[in-house]
Design a protein around this ligand. Structure first.
Ligand code: ATP
Ligand code: MG
Length: 169
């Protein structure tokens, strides 16, 4: 099964991220992520066997994540897949540290696939027609988090759907 570790926005923030996605789509076109799918990926694990997934559920359930506040104050783009995102002007140090710690622990469990760089971001649009975020109002949101989730991703014709398998302690 296809798994990743993520932060899910609290309900109050989800709507505000959705409003940013609407504003971005009006300008850039493309496919808008549905509100219920908006998230921050901390670590993408890819395809994982069932027994390993069970061990990951155990591990995540015991994991203590330092609570934090992430400031979302910048638009970003990834050229190749045409992604428009919202995130920080610079990668947030606490999130980068969390990503590194998670990958240290994942590697000690035998997982592979640690990326060479990590830019914390929330994808708002895919396959954007115009990667032009200039002129959009500068985002100003604060995301307070306490838990991370182990999430399973199902691919369907209308895009990916996510199901939560575990939550950190
Ligand atoms: P779809 O691929 O169907 O458009 P999706 O990207 O939302 O949908 P997944 O591909 O399962 O679904 O990805 C789950 C999460 O992991 C997303 O946040 C995605 O951006 C991220 N992700 C996917 N592949 C990678 C990768 N190779 N490296 C880092 N993050 C990834
Ligand atoms: Mg994908």
């Amino acid at each position: 099964m296809r798994l990743f570790l993520a932060l899910m926005p609290p309900p109050s923030l989800r709507g505000r991220l959705g409003a940013l996605a609407d504003a971005a789509q009006a300008r850039c076109g493309g496919r808008r992520m549905p509100d219920e799918s908006l998230h921050l990926t901390l670590a993408f694990l890819g395809e994982v066997e069932e027994t390993r997934a069970a061990a990951l559920v155990d591990w995540v359930s015991r994991l203590a994540v330092p609570p934090g506040e992430w400031r979302l104050n910048a638009w970003g783009r990834f050229q190749r897949p045409g992604i428009v995102w919202v995130g920080g002007q610079a990668p947030d140090p606490a999130l980068v540290a969390l990503h590194c710690r998670l990958w240290d622990e994942l590697e000690s469990q035998g997982l592979e696939g640690r990326p060479s760089r990590y830019v914390p971001h929330v994808t708002l649009l895919r396959r954007a027609e115009r990667l032009e975020t200039e002129g959009l109002p500068t985002p100003a949101l604060t995301w307070r988090y306490r838990h991370l989730l182990l999430v399973r991703s199902f691919t369907r014709d209308d895009g990916a759907h996510y199901a939560t398998l575990a939550r950190s302690a």
